[in-house]
Design a protein around this ligand. Structure first.
Ligand code: 13P
Ligand code: SF4
Length: 355
């Protein structure tokens, strides 16, 4: 049977089926037209579109070939053969795709889609930490720029942070730049955490730590996610008071106190899986608000409560209009200097090898 080519009408129907009641109809009609043109251009150009779980629901459900959390999208970027790669996410994610695909065009649809964590640390800061803690392995969250990744030993994401730290087989590990993720990993693994502004630690601290009953220490950095740092235990208390049956999910970029007061903490994809697998009616998501809409579209019988006053301005820079312009005008091309790329690649490859 001949396959009929998509039209604006059929794109609208697909979106309506997924998002009716979640996104207003007039918005779906407007966005279906943009999505139709994007999909046409995408197939003409042989492009692939990768979309982070935080993308707004119409974009997420209409033009993305692959969606996922940072680790899942990095694994896809490492294997895709398409050219160009359009990254609907933020700059550090598109840079990771470029580091893995130096000969391909990697496009980030919005020029300024940054990240407060990536902006919190520089390559010079990492070199200073190396000088201060000689011989101590350095793990950095994937939410860092290429020049920082070039200075470290291995990357991690929110879904494999614990595994990466444990894989190092070292008494002391430097974990950058998210203070809260580091504190959460330290608590999960029973390690003591210190910060460069605290009293100095050295690699031979292992024996002292052992006498405390702790296996080893983590040296953190005081970077914060501007979205997740805003959620509070008081927010959770207020929602639980109104909805006693609510299941609370917090991204590990939230403070340890917020994670503690929640029922589950995991990467964006782990939170999505949790909601679809657990039998409860009502969930509070402590993360970027759009993800609640994307989960609601998959799990119609579940109610997603969100605190939408806290948004990621960087992820929200990516719109269907920008994606269309990106494919039409080949913008904004991500470039990484070759010497930086080669060194940064080692830290990404080392993470991807950990299963
Ligand atoms: P995930 O890897 O969990 O998708 O997180 C990325 C991110 O930036 C969360 O704020
Ligand atoms: Fe960065 Fe936070 Fe936005 Fe994620 S939500 S991209 S960590 S600023």
């Amino acid at each position: 049977m001949a396959v009929t080519a998509p039209t604006i009408e059929s794109t609208y129907r697909v979106l309506k089926e997924k998002l009716e009641g979640i996104v207003p109809d007039f918005e779906l009609a407007y966005k279906a037209e943009l999505a139709f043109h994007i999909n046409q251009l995408k197939s003409e150009r042989g492009a692939v579109i990768l979309g982070h779980n935080y993308m707004e629901p119409a974009l997420y459900h209409s033009v993305c070939d692959y969606t996922g959390d940072s680790l899942e999208l990095s694994r896809i970027a490492a294997t895709t053969e398409a050219d160009p790669i359009v990254f609907c996410g933020v700059r550090f994610m598109a840079e990771t795709a470029k580091i893995l695909n130096p000969d391909r065009t990697v496009l980030l649809p919005a020029e300024r889609a940054g990240c407060s964590l990536a902006a919190s640390i520089t390559a010079a800061d990492v070199r200073e930490l190396r000088r201060r803690y000689p011989g101590v392995p350095i793990v950095a969250y994937i939410n860092t720029y290429a020049d920082v990744k070039a200075e470290i030993d291995v990357c991690c994401t929110s879904s494999n942070a614990r595994q990466v730290v444990e894989s190092l087989d070292s008494d002391v590990v430097i974990f950058l730049p998210d203070e809260y993720l580091a504190r959460n990993v330290a608590r999960e693994t029973g390690k003591r955490i210190v910060f460069p502004s605290d009293k100095p630690v050295s690699a031979n601290r292992a024996s002292e730590s052992a006498s405390d009953g702790l296996e080893f220490e983590i040296v953190g950095w005081e970077g914060r996610c501007e979205v997740h740092e805003k959620f509070t235990v008081e927010d959770i208390r207020a929602v639980r008071e109104q909805f006693p049956d609510v299941v609370v999910l917090a991204h590990p970029e939230c403070s340890p106190e917020v994670v503690d007061a929640s029922d589950f903490s995991g990467s964006t994809s782990a939170m999505t899986r949790y909601v679809t697998e657990v039998e409860a009616e009502r969930y509070l998501l402590l993360t970027e608000c759009s993800m609640g809409d994307n989960i609601a579209a998959e799990a119609r019988d579940k109610e997603m409560l969100r605190l939408c006053s806290v948004r990621c301005p960087h992820m929200n820079e990516i719109t269907l209009e920008q994606v269309l312009a990106s494919l039409r005008e080949n913008r904004y091309q991500i470039e990484v200097p070759e010497d930086v790329r080669l060194r940064a690649r080692r830290s990404i490859d080392r993470m991807l090898e950990i299963r």
